[in-house]
Write a protein that binds this ligand. Structure first.
Ligand SMILES: *[C@@H]1O[C@H](CO)[C@@H](O)[C@H](O)[C@H]1NC(C)=O
Ligand SMILES: *[C@@H]1O[C@H](CO)[C@@H](O)[C@H](O)[C@H]1NC(C)=O
Ligand SMILES: *[C@@H]1O[C@H](CO)[C@@H](O)[C@H](O)[C@H]1NC(C)=O
Ligand SMILES: CC(=O)N[C@H]1CO[C@H](CO)[C@@H](O)[C@@H]1O
Length: 480
């Protein structure tokens, strides 16, 4: 029911999936939202995205009409060995276990449905509004075109390369290069249907992951089988050595790299045409998400970019929006101040999202083990059924329930700690350690030139503050 709440004027910076979900959540609760974005026009790059139950439930509740989006539904998650395609693990992903569906869609379709919905609610969504000055305490911003916006609350949903983040936390921060690169590939479904060995990938929709040395491939149909989406996730430190975050990949190179993989993988590589490679970055847990005055807050990739290996990037942003909505409701319901509401949002969201981020790092290692005794131990543990020591996050029902069963508007649900062992503990932790030792790693995070890049960002921000020039916003980078 709209408006049990004192209506606030809210300025959302960033019209990505996180910003739009937030406008939907808060707009449908009676608040007056405005969204500004630096981009000249809206749209989503990238290809497929998974909408797990913990976000589909929220988006539906806030009025997003999934009937209007052409989609596929995932009922299973299937892990395969890289060379012979033998099953390592099959997990039921049945929406009814969580009272909400697990959808597979095109990012652009989800983005435009959200955009259309919030615009129909009367939310202005304004392009070409590059913020060149933040005055968090006075709750106003200045844009490059000279326009100013003020509000009761600023919500900064401006992505992994957030300009707001270092200004709000008061600290330089270094988005980390995870060393992994994602190739995002779309193949027309009919090409798979024409091949008996591939057709089931369309006719029996599920998520499939081939796991092999230094790479895993995730495939699933979208748009009701019109397209097959593949994300190739590869650990390769020399692959994107420069400053660029997105580069073009070639089909020849792709086919050569996977020439010794499962014949299905080889065929899929041949069917794919041009594609883009995305650098995958993330960020260590921030010290804070809101300012002292309690007038500005970070949300989504701006405060917790993560690897896409749990398909939770956009979902966690939707959860942020839900928890923020519930905390803000307490302003009129229970007489808390806006500042208290923002602190509670941060207190509840930070541990949950940090746990998810750390498990995406565990998956980075678990899914990329070269054939070895370690790999055989992993496979045996994966085959051992539904249990806490399953090295795959989803391999234990209790963890799936914690992730997919959360209703992020229910504050007790958000606060629930992960059952069982944490990231880095148990077999998964051992695997990570051994994998890192085998690679001669330092057991820590890989941080390379992105650090320098972050330095530039901060320099850019300083220039912005001096009002001589601005930062380019180049698009969504965490690609979760
Ligand atoms: C922001 O608010 C302060 C205090 O009201 C005011 O002095 C300042 O001019 C405002 N800045 C902009 C860009 O509107
Ligand atoms: C925006 O605020 C700045 C600083 O307060 C001021 O100089 C400028 O005139 C304002 N622009 C508009 C369009 O109001
Ligand atoms: C890593 O990337 C480089 C540069 O693209 C390429 O030459 C090399 O073959 C890749 N290594 C692997 C194992 O794919
Ligand atoms: C396990 C759990 O918390 N499930 C909840 C998921 O969210 C729905 C509301 O949409 C609740 O009804 C479930 O209890």
């Amino acid at each position: 029911m709209p408006s049990t709440t004192t209506p606030l004027n809210i300025l959302i910076i960033g019209a990505g999936l996180g910003g739009l979900s937030t406008a939907l959540a808060l707009g449908s609760d009676g608040h007056k939202c405005t969204i500004i974005d630096a981009a000249p026009s809206f749209g989503e790059a990238g290809a497929g995205i998974r909408i797990p139950p913990n976000s589909s439930r929220l988006l539906m509740r806030w009025g997003l009409d999934f009937e209007k989006i052409k989609k596929s539904k995932s009922e299973r998650y299937h892990f395969l060995r890289w060379d012979d395609g033998n099953t390592l693990l099959e997990i039921p992903f049945v929406g009814k276990d969580y009272d909400a569906p697990y959808y597979l869609v095109h990012r652009a379709d989800l983005h435009s449905a959200l955009l259309e919905k919030v615009e129909s609610m009367g939310v202005p969504v304004l392009p070409r509004k590059k913020v060149v000055e933040y005055d968090f305490d006075n709750k106003n911003v200045t844009c490059e075109d000279g326009t100013n916006y003020s509000a009761d609350l600023l919500i900064c949903a401006d992505g992994i390369k957030s300009i707001a983040r270092p200004l709000l936390t008061g600290k330089e921060d270094n988005p980390r290069d995870t060393g992994d690169v994602a190739y995002r590939i779309l193949i027309p479904g009919e090409k798979l249907l024409a091949d008996p060995e591939l057709s089931e990938l369309i006719t029996k929709p599920c998520t499939t992951s081939w796991c092999g040395p230094d790479a895993h491939l995730v495939g699933y149909p979208i748009r009701d089988g019109e397209l097959y989406n593949i994300v190739v996730c590869a650990t390769n430190l020399s692959e994107l050595p420069g400053e660029e975050w997105i580069v073009k990949g070639s089909n020849e190179e792709l086919c050569a790299r996977f020439a010794s993989w499962d014949t299905k993988v080889q065929k899929l590589c041949k069917l794919s045409e041009g594609f883009l490679k995305w650098r995958l970055g993330d960020l260590q847990e921030l010290t804070r998400w809101s300012n002292d005055a309690g007038t500005a807050v970070l949300l989504g990739d701006s405060c917790h970019p993560m690897l896409p290996y749990l398909a939770q990037g956009a979902a966690q942003a939707a959860e942020d929006a839900a928890t923020l909505r519930a905390c803000i409701r307490k302003i009129s319901g229970q007489g808390v101040t806006l500042k208290e509401a923002l602190l509670e949002y941060e207190r509840l969201r930070k541990p949950r999202v940090t746990t998810v981020t750390k498990f995406t790092r565990t998956h980075q290692h678990i899914l990329h083990i070269p054939d070895s005794s370690l790999q055989r131990r992993r496979d045996a543990a994966m085959a051992g059924g539904d249990h806490e020591d399953s090295p795959v996050f989803w391999g234990w029902r209790e963890r799936r329930l914690w992730l997919f069963g959360c209703d992020a508007e229910n504050l007790e649900s958000v606060a629930k700690p992960l059952p069982g062992k944490g990231p880095g503990e148990g077999l998964a932790g051992e695997v990570v350690e051994e994998a890192e030792a085998e690679k001669g790693g330092d057991g820590g995070w890989v941080v390379r030139n992105v650090q320098e890049k972050a330095g530039e960002v901060v320099q850019g921000v300083k220039e912005v503050l001096g009002l001589n020039g601005g930062m380019e916003k180049e698009g969504p980078y965490s690609a979760a």
